[in-house]
Design a binder for this molecule. Structure first.
Ligand SMILES: *Cc1c(COP(=O)(O)O)cnc(C)c1O
Length: 317
């Protein structure tokens, strides 16, 4: 039996990563009454994943950091781990599937990590991670890891600092590290808040798993919300249980709805965010959630290729 992440773990993570990650702002949506936009896409490396990666790297002994860290990632976690390792004076290897957009691959290389591109799926990239671990490296996975979950949970503490008892928090959901961390923090400190996980219709592994009552695989499909792609791991230890126990609901968004969310966020902030970051706003716009009190949407990342964002803005996607 593996203990789950606690509020104390998240508070410890907040102290550990203070000054190493940005505290991101919350914006009142000027067009939708009651909606608050947590602008986490302004985070260093462009996504919240820096929180978990930094907490995980800073939790290692100096001997383990010296062995180097390795991960498989759909992009943002790899970028975060590359940055966190370099900031701590360590080496990072990132294994990616060929589905990961080239702008994300280049960004990871620019951060000084070694990138290995393996196969067409997260599972194939994972085999390369296993080989690196067999050679002595330390794996820091993208979501199913206590220090990663605790780091992502610091986002929940920031949300409560800005909006003490929100009626609802809208959390982009893939492997569930963000949802597990944020939901653990908010459930402990604001038990009345509704916690909604939001994924895309095309290949939502956590949703399929929650419905099946156990971790299951789904086929990976191309989607605007590419950061929400990939499986949750058939041997999932932490995030499946956390999402099952802490989320009130999971909602799925169509590609058109996600595109509308991206356009709305651009209209009110002037910023380009990636599809994964827009799913909460998309759910509000589509009427799939009702705002009954202060509602916080987590805008989780900004790593979208410029040509793709231009097509979304032009209404061609
Ligand atoms: C990773 C990621 C998510 C989903 O986080 P999980 O912890 O895998 O559920 C959402 N948005 C962005 C931008 C991400 O990079």
């Amino acid at each position: 039996m593996i203990a789950s992440v606690t509020l104390a773990d998240i508070q410890g993570a907040e102290r550990r990563i203070a000054g190493k990650v940005l505290r991101t702002p919350t914006l009142v949506d000027p067009q939708i009454a009651g909606l608050f936009l947590k602008q986490e896409y302004r985070q260093t490396t462009g996504a919240f994943k820096l929180r978990g990666a930094t907490n995980a790297v800073l939790s290692l002994s100096s001997a383990d950091l010296g062995r180097g860290v390795v991960t498989a990632s759909t992009g943002n976690h790899g970028r975060a781990l590359a940055h966190a390792a370099r900031a701590a004076g360590g080496r990072a290897v990132v294994c990616l599937s060929a589905l990961v957009p080239s702008n994300k691959v280049q960004a990871i290389r620019d951060l000084g990590a070694e990138v290995r591109i393996i196969g067409q799926s997260q599972d194939e990239a994972m085999l390369e991670v296993a080989r690196a671990v067999a050679q002595g490296m330390i794996e820091v996975p993208p979501f199913d890891h206590p220090a990663v979950i605790a780091g992502q949970g610091t986002l929940g503490l920031e949300i409560l600092a800005d909006s003490p008892a929100p009626a609802m928090v809208l959390i982009p959901l893939s492997g569930g590290g963000l949802a597990a961390g944020v939901a653990t923090a908010i459930r402990a400190l604001s038990p009345q808040t509704r916690l909604i996980g939001i994924s895309m219709e095309r290949g939502a592994a956590m949703d399929a798993s929650l419905r099946a009552g156990r971790p299951v695989d789904v086929t990976e499909l191309a989607t605007l919300a590419d950061s929400l792609g990939g499986g949750i791991g058939l041997q999932n230890r932490l995030t499946f249980n956390a999402c099952r126990d802490l989320l009130d609901e999971v909602i799925l968004m169509s590609e058109d709805e996600i595109a509308a969310g991206m356009r709305h966020i651009h209209a009110v902030t002037g910023d380009a965010v990636e599809g994964a970051a827009a799913v909460g706003v998309a759910a509000v716009l589509a009427g799939k959630v009702q705002i009954t009190g202060p509602t916080v949407a987590i805008l989780s990342g900004r790593n979208v290729a410029a040509p793709r964002f231009a097509e979304v803005l032009a209404g061609r996607l």
